[in-house]
Design a protein around this ligand. Structure first.
Ligand SMILES: Cc1cc2nc3c(=O)[nH]c(=O)nc-3n(C[C@H](O)[C@H](O)[C@H](O)COP(=O)(O)O)c2cc1C
Length: 185
C-alpha cells in the first residue's frame, strides 16, 4: 500500500536494478502537469558513475546519511512554457513527478528520501543546468532501505515513519474549518 512509504536515512549501498530505476523515472514521466508541459527533468548518478560529484550538492547534515545511497537524483523545473510564458505551476508539477517516482519505488521495494536542503547554486554549474530557464528544486536519495543500526546513534532516533495530522484536520467539506480546528501547528 503506498501510504506505507516513508523517508529513511539508512540506505544499503547495493545497486538499484536498472529496470527498477527506469520504472521509477517512467512513473515520473507519466505524472500529470499543467498544460502537459512536463516541466521537470531529472539528472542522476549511480555508484558506477559520478555519485561523489552529486553528493557535494547535499548539505552536510543530509550528506551524512545520503552518502550510502547508490543513486542520487536531482530534480529541476523549467520555469517557462515553450512559448516563453512563465509557468506558475512548474514546481507543483515537479512535486507530482517526484511523488510518482517515490511511489513507484515503494511498489518495487526501493526507498527514497527527498531533500530540498541542497546547494542550489552549485547545482547549475555542477550539472550544467541552464539557470535562466530552470530552477534546481530538490535531490532524492534512492536505494534499498537498511536496518536502523547501520546509522550513527543520533540518526537512529530519527529512523521511523513520521506522524500525520488526523484526517479531520486535513479535509474540510464545504468551507474552511471553524476556528476550533487549528491547522497552524
Ligand atoms: C520538498 C521536500 C523537502 C525535504 N527536505 C528534506 C531535507 O532537506 N532533509 C531531510 O532529511 N528530509 C527532507 N524531506 C523529507 C521530509 O522531512 C519527509 O518527507 C516528511 O517529514 C514526511 O516524512 P516521510 O517522507 O518519512 O513520510 C523533504 C521532503 C520534501 C517533500
Amino acid at each position: 500500500m503506498f501510504p506505507a512509504r516513508w523517508s529513511p536515512r539508512a540506505f544499503l549501498s547495493e545497486a538499484v536494478a536498472p529496470a527498477s530505476l527506469d520504472a521509477m523515472f517512467e512513473a515520473a514521466r507519466w505524472a500529470p502537469s499543467s498544460y502537459n508541459a512536463q516541466p521537470a527533468p531529472f539528472v542522476y548518478a549511480r555508484t558506477e558513475t559520478d555519485l561523489e560529484r552529486f553528493l557535494t550538492l547535499f548539505v552536510p547534515r543530509n550528506r551524512r546519511w545520503a552518502a550510502a545511497a547508490p543513486v542520487l537524483v536531482v530534480c529541476v523545473a523549467r520555469s517557462h512554457f515553450a512559448d516563453g510564458r512563465p509557468n506558475p505551476h512548474a514546481s507543483f508539477d515537479a512535486g507530482a513527478a517526484v511523488m510518482s517516482f517515490c511511489l513507484q519505488g515503494q511498489l518495487l521495494g526501493v526507498a527514497t528520501h527527498v531533500v530540498a536542503a541542497i546547494n542550489h547554486e552549485a547545482a547549475y554549474d555542477l550539472l550544467r543546468v541552464p539557470a535562466h530557464s530552470y530552477q534546481a528544486l530538490c535531490a532524492i536519495a534512492v536505494g534499498r532501505r537498511g536496518e536502523r543500526h547501520i546509522l550513527p546513534a543520533d540518526l537512529q532516533a530519527l529512523e521511523h515513519p513520521s506522524p500525520r495530522r488526523p484526517l479531520e484536520r486535513v479535509a474540510f467539506e464545504g468551507t474552511w474549518p471553524p476556528h476550533s480546528v487549528d491547522h497552524s501547528d
